[in-house]
Design a protein around this ligand. Sequence first.
Ligand code: ADP
Ligand code: MG
Length: 233
Amino acid sequence: NEELLINSEKLYVAGQLAAGIAHEIRNPLTSLKGFLQLIASGRREISYYGIMNSELNRIEGIVSELLMLSKPQVYELSYYDVRSVMRDTVTLLEAQAILHNIAIETDLGRDTLWIYGVENQIKQVFINVIKNAIEAMIDGGAIRIQMGREDDSVRIRISDEGPGIKEAQLAKMGQPFYTTKEKGTGLGLMVSYKIVDNHQGRIDVYSQLGAGTTFEISLPFRYPEAEAVTKSS
Ligand code: ADP
Ligand code: MG
């Protein structure tokens, strides 16, 4: 029946994911082991430590992104203004943007944009998407962030002036470990899609080669007082 089918599909996805994780973690582990053996045999090249450190960072990055997928320890659901989450995120990433010659321009509108969910997770989504935009714009430029209410949704648009994404690549984005970056994990978007999906939202990507990419995140607008009245009546 349908439930069984869904369960076997979930198992299949979990199996795929486990295989991918194992593979991604085994590579840096193998290389770490190799360097340890070299050091043990008396070769103490200073450059080994830098490489070992970056391999360890890679494993750390994979593990911490995966932790975002499992249920967080503190799972705090609340109503909040998603604009403040965006303000915090932009402050957080400002220095990194400036270092890359990138200006972040925001238009967050005047209305309070109420949403309901786990604030830290939504912040993680914003960080992942804006970081990708920064990483895409190797020649600098502007990232434009626009937020507003459209009917029953809060719509968040994050546009960059990067190289854009080919159609064949667009389809692969969000698949675990899909990355075109030398130091990428290919987990940021998978985690982001999963989080937004858990919040009954969606992410759409619009891209034009040579012009840039827009990530459009939609989340349900949820006004706390209206719902409190509905619940108590
Ligand atoms: P990572 O950033 O570790 O590569 P992500 O899941 O965050 O993993 O992104 C997957 C891939 O999607 C990236 O490697 C890149 O090829 C593509 N991508 C994501 N955002 C953008 C963007 N704004 N412009 C161009 N390519 C992008
Ligand atoms: Mg990323």
